[in-house]
Ligand binder design. Structure first.
Ligand SMILES: [Fe+2]
Length: 251
């Protein structure tokens, strides 16, 4: 009987092995999800994509229980991100392998998952590409540097200074002036995680120092009504010599 089993096993061709490997991967994925449901996943457990998604789906429900503790939520998302090795995940690896620098001087964005309550995106930057100061209205963002490094700066808007109307290409645009306070300034390296909430560090800029890949979890997801603002920050000098305060214009 044992000999029969061994002979049959040896007869399997490469395709057979591949099929088995695929099944094992699926079984392992279901097993991790099941363990997650039973509360058996610890903070040291390495997560696969399905378990990660399952956990974020559960966590993101907290936004509907007001008041939403965004600090606690984003810390939990950070913990989950640290338990993932994204380049190993099949769907992420596919996006990375198929990467092309289609937009010169602008990053490439891929959606890894999108639903109303949250979305997960992959951003890939060439050296020299960056995202200028912008905000994420009524959202939290948790950013994991998967490869490379980036200079990340976060700000809070602390005071409005007024507005002016400018005409660009025949269109009138109202530009608001404000004072921003820098609340975080860091060089984030591979493996680091940066957090912004709707009222803390929500305005930020992302300046990679080399080819860099980021995985971001935004909660809730962007909709067609999301209206991010772009800021031009005067970083040459502090506002009234007050450290970390800058004048900015936004529209
Ligand atoms: Fe952003």
């Amino acid at each position: 009987m044992c000999n029969f089993k061994r002979r049959e096993f040896i007869k399997l061709n490469a395709l057979g092995f591949a099929a088995i490997a695929l099944q094992l991967s699926t079984v392992s994925s279901y097993a991790q999800q099941a363990n997650g449901y039973l509360g058996k996943l610890g903070t040291n457990t390495k997560l696969n994509w399905d378990a990660f998604l399952e956990k974020i789906t559960q966590l993101s429900q907290s936004q509907h229980q007001l008041p939403w503790d965004q600090k606690m939520y984003t810390q939990k998302v950070k913990q989950l991100l640290l338990q993932c090795n994204f380049p190993e995940f099949e769907n992420v690896k596919r996006e990375m392998d198929n990467y092309e620098n289609k937009n010169l001087k602008w990053f490439e964005a891929s959606s890894l998952h999108h639903e109303v309550d949250f979305q997960i995106s992959l951003f890939q930057f060439e050296k020299g590409e960056y995202i200028p100061h912008h905000d994420h209205p009524d959202m939290t963002g948790v950013i994991n540097v998967v490869s490379g490094s980036a200079h990340l700066r976060n700000y809070n808007r602390i005071e409005e200074l007024g507005s002016r109307t400018v005409t660009t290409n025949g269109q009138k645009i109202i530009k608001q002036s404000c004072i921003l306070k820098e609340v975080s300034n860091q060089i984030a390296k591979t493996g680091d995680v940066s957090i912004l909430t709707s009222n803390d560090g929500n305005i930020h800029s992302v300046m990679p120092n080399e080819f860099t890949q980021l995985v971001d979890v935004f909660t809730p997801a962007y909709t067609e009504n999301t209206n991010p603002k772009w800021y031009k920050v005067d970083e040459e000098e502090f506002y009234k010599q007050q450290e970390k305060l800058f004048v900015a214009e936004y529209y």
